[in-house]
Design a protein around this ligand. Structure first.
Ligand code: SF4
Length: 168
């Protein structure tokens, strides 16, 4: 039994390590914030050192959606569909005032925050946020995933269920 627990704990940790060090971001860029995103993935900021440089424009190959820019009501169904097409587990980073809250667009046709339609894990404030701000946000996402993984492991142990993670 001790041997099994050790193996499943290690598999969980390995899984978490892999996830945390190889995000595949999908940029949903609609406005100026997307330009800031481009600078973050440029060589100057070197996202590769965290393992986050594999940007994908296909939802089926991505695990982190980065929403960068103003989202109008007309765009909302498309954003939601792309989010739904991403495989689990998946996360959302809301980049900039517009994506977080509508920004200065207090207008009937602009969403007042993308969390009206998708669950947001990290909010990056600013108009526009600095590249460093986005990097900090993504590193916060890494910490969040670590915390969630620890909590899941604790819950599993509390319920005496070690078998699921070995098969995962
Ligand atoms: S938050 Fe500012 S920089 Fe970003 S999309 Fe909105 S207006 Fe542009």
């Amino acid at each position: 039994m001790i041997g099994e627990s050790w193996v499943t704990t290690t598999v969980d940790k390995l899984e978490e390590w892999g996830r945390n060090n190889s995000f595949w971001p999908l940029p949903f860029g609609t406005a100026c914030c997307a330009i800031e995103f481009m600078s973050v993935v440029s060589s100057h900021y070197d996202m590769a050192r965290f393992g986050y440089e594999v940007v994908r424009f296909s939802p089926r190959q991505s695990d982190v959606m980065i929403v960068a820019g103003t989202i109008t009501d007309k765009m909302a169904p498309t954003l939601k569909r792309i989010y739904d097409q991403m495989p689990d587990p998946k996360w959302v980073v809301s980049m900039g005032a517009c994506a977080c809250s509508g920004g200065f667009y207090r207008a009937y046709h602009v969403m007042q925050g993308i969390d009206e339609i998708v669950p947001v894990d990290v909010y990056v404030p600013g108009c526009p946020p600095t590249p460093e701000g986005l990097m900090y946000g993504i590193l916060q996402l890494k910490e969040k995933i670590k915390r969630d993984s620890k909590r899941r492991l604790k819950e599993k142990r509390a319920h005496g269920d070690d078998s699921g993670s070995a098969a995962a």
